[in-house]
Design a protein around this ligand. Structure first.
Ligand code: IMP
Length: 189
C-alpha cells in the first residue's frame, strides 16, 4: 500500500524525484485547455481518454475546456507491469459511442515509442470521425519507434520512467499529484 507523508513524499522502497510539480501541471493544463477551447469553439467535442493512464489528466483538462465536451474511453495494454515496451498493443476496452462524423480528441498520458498512439489513430480513423486530433500530457521522444504527430502536448520529457498523475509502475503511484521519475524501481514481486 502507498502511504504519504504531509508533503506528499512516499514511504515505500522506491525512489521518486519530482519532475513536474502540481503547480506546473495545473498551469500548463489550463493553457492547453484554452488552446483547445479556441480550436473547438462552437463545435461538439468528444474526448477519448486512453485508459488507464490518462484519466487524471482528462478529468482536469475537460474541466477547463469551455466547449461542449463528451467523454468516452478506450483501454489498451502495451507494457504489462514492466518498464520496457513489448511493442505489442491490444485493445482491452472499446468505445461505447460511435465516432463517425464527430470531432474526436484522443487524450493520452504519455507518448513513448508511439506504437499505442499509432494503433489507436489507425483504428479511430477507420471509423470516419469528422476530425481526429491528439492531446498528450507527456512526450518522451527519445524512444520513438514510429512517427506520430501530436496536435497538443503538455511537456517534453527526457528518457526516464515516470509515474504519478495517472501514470503507474506495476499499478502503483497513479494517485501522486505530480509527475516524478522512478529511480531504481524495486523488482516486481
Ligand atoms: P507507447 O506505445 O510506447 O508510446 O507507450 C504508451 C503507453 O505506455 C502509455 O500510454 C503509458 O501507459 C505507458 N508508458 C510509456 N512510458 C511510460 C512511463 O514513463 N511511465 C509510465 N507509463 C509509461
Amino acid at each position: 500500500m502507498r502511504t504519504e507523508g504531509q508533503g506528499g513524499e512516499l514511504m515505500t522502497g522506491d525512489e521518486i524525484k519530482v519532475l513536474i510539480s502540481k503547480d506546473e501541471l495545473e498551469k500548463r493544463i489550463k493553457d492547453l485547455a484554452a488552446e483547445i477551447s479556441r480550436d473547438y469553439a462552437k463545435k461538439d467535442l468528444l474526448m477519448v481518454g486512453v485508459l488507464k493512464g490518462s484519466f487524471v489528466f482528462l478529468a482536469d483538462l475537460m474541466r477547463y475546456v469551455d466547449s461542449n465536451v463528451s467523454v468516452d474511453f478506450m483501454g489498451t495494454v502495451s507494457y504489462g507491469a514492466s518498464t520496457k515496451s513489448s511493442g505489442e498493443v491490444r485493445i482491452t476496452k472499446d468505445l461505447e459511442e460511435s465516432v463517425a462524423g464527430r470531432h474526436v480528441l484522443l487524450v493520452e498520458d504519455i507518448v513513448d515509442t508511439g506504437l499505442t498512439l499509432r494503433y489507436l489513430l489507425d483504428t479511430l480513423r477507420n471509423r470516419q470521425p469528422a476530425s481526429l486530433k491528439v492531446c498528450a500530457l507527456l512526450d518522451k521522444p527519445a524512444r520513438r519507434r514510429v512517427r506520430v504527430s501530436l496536435d497538443y502536448y503538455g511537456f517534453i520529457i527526457p528518457n526516464a520512467f515516470v509515474v504519478g498523475y495517472g501514470l503507474d509502475y506495476a499499478e502503483k503511484y497513479r494517485g501522486l499529484p505530480y509527475v516524478g521519475v522512478l529511480e531504481n524501481p524495486e523488482p516486481e514481486k
